[in-house]
Design a protein around this ligand. Structure first.
Ligand code: ZN
Length: 428
């Protein structure tokens, strides 16, 4: 298995370890829903407002970096990713550290700077082992930030199990059962639950009150179930259209949440824009109905990043051809193998959305879902300097990925970043 190599930028060690100010010039920025021509400033791993630097501190940049007209946008957040590069978070329990390291490192080339490793429906023993070990972690040269675990199951509908193993699906019963099954919630950021299960709404309130993002999905529920869940604290729909009742004009199911007037706040929804899990027409319907809520997720599994061919994933043999992974000898889809940059390209092309809309669906919107839009998902002043230099000549191409102001990935054919160093001056 070949991992994308990290090629240090020529202006390497851009991390502002000594409070150096970095000014990116000859660039355009994705800011507030637009592309603007401006310089981009960072210091101490944060995005800097240059005005007080000029007028109050009276200093100028220590280092200037020529971006050669690249577009700078926020790093992407993938809040549903099961694994990749041969590793699966739900089954590689004994070498979980390695799995997290390889995946969080591998996604940098797709511009992903934060992830929620996702655990599918599993036996209790897996939760008890994985949840304490899969710790939240700031990103850097080692890989994307770990925002917390997304637990997808086991409290889901057996009728809408998708690829989840039926024998491990459980009934909710009550709060004590939740604590027994998961063991500990310390590193959990998000839980997907079927809202129609008896007791689910109490659990949604209970977990949402602990700051866990609650999502409805893998559900046989109708719109009323979804509305009640949202009014109890759910805020997200897991992979819209997949593993839920299809939209019906008299019984719209969870899809109806996109236009519901009976919920306390608008929902966000994940969507797998790989051209396989969601038809382009369905993608367009979702986007035109509720563009602000659309969140691109890869839902990628272990074969992501391995390329075409036959791969052994856990107990299963999977054949990957282009963007499709199927169990060997069958037509059964074995999950997505798409990367986030591919999702954005597919979304922009097939929806007729702007590139900015595609970028925001992978950055600002998931950051809002996680309640961290003041830190990640934008190029706002004061936010973490998790950003990308991308080429937008033709389809989006990730050139350089930065986390906390440090260059953590450069595409092999990306133009080198050229830096000039200035004598620091101060008139204090
Ligand atoms: Zn799923």
């Amino acid at each position: 298995m070949k991992m994308p190599s990290i090629i240090p930028c020529t202006s390497s060690n851009l991390a502002s370890k000594h409070s150096k100010i970095y000014q990116f010039i000859n660039c355009r920025l994705v800011r507030k829903g637009c592309i603007i021509k401006d310089d981009f400033w960072i210091r101490d791993g944060k995005i800097l407002n240059p005005e007080p630097v000029f007028y109050d501190e009276r200093v100028q940049a220590d280092v200037r970096i020529d971006c050669h007209d690249a577009l700078i946008c926020p790093g992407f957040l993938d809040i549903q990713i099961n694994g990749g590069f041969g590793y699966d978070f739900s089954s590689d329990v004994d070498n979980l550290e390695e799995a997290v390291s390889k995946v969080s490192h591998g996604v940098l080339s797709a511009g992903v700077t934060s992830i929620c490793p996702t655990i599918v429906t599993s036996p209790n023993s897996v939760y008890h082992q994985v949840i304490p070990k899969l710790v939240k972690k700031a990103g850097g040269l080692d890989g994307a930030s770990i925002l917390g675990i997304h637990l997808e199951g086991p409290f889901i509908s057996p009728e809408k199990k998708g690829a989840h193993p039926l024998q491990y699906i459980q009934e909710v019963e009550g709060i004590d059962k939740i604590n027994d099954v998961y063991g500990c919630l310390d590193n959990v950021a998000m839980v997907t639950i079927a809202p129609e299960l008896p007791g689910a709404k109490d659990v949604i309130s209970y977990l949402a009150n602990q700051g866990i993002v609650m999502s409805v999905g893998h559900s046989n529920g109708n719109l009323e179930d979804g509305e009640a869940a949202v009014n109890c604290g759910a805020s997200f729909i897991t992979h819209l259209f997949n593993a839920m009742l299809p939209f019906h004009h008299r019984d719209p199911g969870l899809v109806g949440l996109l236009t519901s007037r009976l919920i306390c706040k608008p929902v966000h929804y994940g969507i797998i824009a790989d051209g396989i899990h969601t038809h382009p027409a369905a993608l367009r319907i979702a986007h035109r109905t509720h563009p602000e809520g659309l969140v691109l997720v890869t839902d990628a599994m272990a074969a992501m990043g391995l390329g075409d061919g036959e791969h052994q994933i856990g107990q299963l043999k999977v054949k990957v051809e282009k963007l499709t992974a199927r169990l060997v000898g069958s037509n059964t889809l074995a999950g997505s193998v798409v990367t986030m940059d591919q999702c954005i390209r597919h979304f922009v092309k097939n929806v007729g959305a702007t590139l900015v809309e595609g970028i925001e669906a992978a950055s600002l919107h998931p950051a809002r879902v996680m309640g961290i839009e003041h830190l990640k998902g934008t190029l706002d002043f004061g936010s973490d300097a998790d950003f990308l230099l991308v080429s937008d000549e033709g389809p989006l191409k990730v050139l350089h990925t930065f986390i906390a102001g440090e260059c953590v990935y450069s595409a092999p054919d990306a133009p080198q970043l050229t830096s000039t160093y200035h004598k620091h001056f101060s008139e204090k």
